[in-house]
Design a protein around this ligand. Structure first.
Ligand code: MLT
Length: 409
């Protein structure tokens, strides 16, 4: 008899953004005339930068000729992209990450979801609350948690991110082995200072733990004092893996390209307490289960490191950050305290009302889709997340519609 993975039955309902998409579709089906503005899932709306498009075309042309055609590429990514990443994203910031510590992939969602495979079954795991659901759900699927009780999985350590701590949790009192952090944060938009990251790196050293640092939104940081990479903190290369993505940086949500940094210096341990190479383990996993991102896509990604690519990427991010500023100011003026939106494309809005009811209310009365905060965890109750990814016109229109509801908000 074929039996299924029993841990799947512990998963709460469907994946958050699938549930939202289903609700929105139901609403649209029953209100075909409604002009719904989607500010829920963080999906970019601007086209790929011109430099990327041009490189993409060149890559496709190369595939059209026998002389330049490419079959399987290196699973870890083409050297031209890995070297550009090492130089532009790290070495220019004084970080000594090398090209062979970079693994190009088709998304930070997949990488943050897959990375847990490398660890023992009984490790202790800390996740933020609220949290990007992928970190939690993939550990549930792997059988590292108990059941879902009172909006939390048994066996996980939840790092509460609240108004009181500015949505940046400190290391826990207890000992954990694996820590998921995301800054600029999804969903709260909060950023971690150097001192706060130093605290985490120090904790990881003290407990021989590992930090999985999701930096998918680093390109939105405007405050020069905020680190873009955990490796800006001394000693982080021994205790951290970093995930980056071109999705939100350069509009690759539909094109798919990202990368993971696994430094050779990272220290993880086997059953006998001996240090083993996590970089080599990820290399083994990656080469077994992944066959590389397509050549034209990697060409397109590398183009963001050219002078014109950098300018175009910057312009797109400035556009979204201006959207974020508009959203934040308007929600503030309606009396809702907000965080994020200054170094991040997400605005975390305190409504003080049941998150899903507020979601339904905005969909029903304003035809505006947001993400209910409680979908990200217990600490998200009473909040909504608004994404700045949309056209300026739609953002202004959405804010107008919400403002018109002022008396009933
Ligand atoms: C989000 O809206 O949280 C993100 O778009 C999800 C993702 O990047 O997978």
């Amino acid at each position: 008899m074929i039996r299924v993975n029993p841990h799947y039955s512990k998963l709460a309902a469907s994946y958050l953004f699938s549930t939202i998409a289903k609700k929105v579709k139901e609403y649209q089906d029953s209100h075909p005339e409604a002009n719904i503005i989607r500010m829920g899932i963080g999906d970019v709306t601007l086209p790929l930068p011109k430099a990327c498009i041009q490189a993409f075309h060149e890559g496709v042309e190369e595939m059209a000729s026998e002389k330049t055609f490419k079959g399987y590429g290196p699973e870890q990514g083409y050297p031209f992209l890995r070297e550009a990443i090492a130089t532009h994203d790290f070495q220019t910031r004084g970080i000594s990450i090398q090209a062979d510590e970079i693994f190009v992939s088709d998304g930070a969602k997949c990488d943050t979801g897959n990375f847990q495979e490398l660890f023992a079954q009984d490790i202790r795991i800390a996740v933020p609350d609220p949290v990007y659901p992928v970190y939690v759900d993939t550990n549930v699927m792997a059988g590292r948690t108990g059941s879902f009780q009172n909006h939390r999985y048994e066996g996980l350590v939840y790092l509460e991110s609240t108004e009181e701590n500015g949505f940046v949790p400190s290391p826990p009192k207890e000992e954990v082995d694996l820590i998921y952090l995301c800054f600029p944060n999804n969903p709260t938009g909060a950023v971690a200072s150097r001192a706060q990251l130093e605290e985490w790196v120090e904790y990881a050293h003290r407990h021989h733990a590992l930090i999985l640092f999701d930096a998918a939104y680093e390109a939105y940081i405007r405050d020069p004092s905020i680190p873009h990479s955990i490796y800006e903190v001394s000693g982080a290369e021994e205790v951290s893996v970093e995930f980056r993505s071109y999705s939100k940086t350069a509009g690759f949500t539909g094109t798919r390209c990202a990368y993971t940094v696994v430094p050779k210096k990272v220290k993880v341990y086997d059953e006998g307490g001996r240090v083993v190479s996590l970089r080599d383990m990820w290399n083994r996993r990656h080469t077994t289960k992944f066959n590389g991102v397509s050549y034209p896509v990697q060409k397109a990604a590398a183009a963001i490191y050219t002078e014109e690519g950098k300018r175009q990427v910057q312009a797109n991010i400035d556009y979204y950050l201006e959207n974020a500023r508009i959203i934040r100011e308007r929600m503030n003026s309606l009396g809702f305290p907000c965080t994020g939106g200054d170094n991040s494309p997400y605005i975390w809005v305190k409504t003080g009302q049941d998150s899903w009811s507020f979601f339904d209310f905005l969909l029903g009365k304003a035809q505006v889709v947001v993400t209910p905060g409680s979908g990200f965890g217990r600490c998200g109750e009473g909040y909504i997340r608004i994404s700045a990814y949309n056209s300026r016109q739609n953002v202004l229109e959405a804010m107008e519609r919400i403002s018109r509801l002022k008396g009933s908000l």
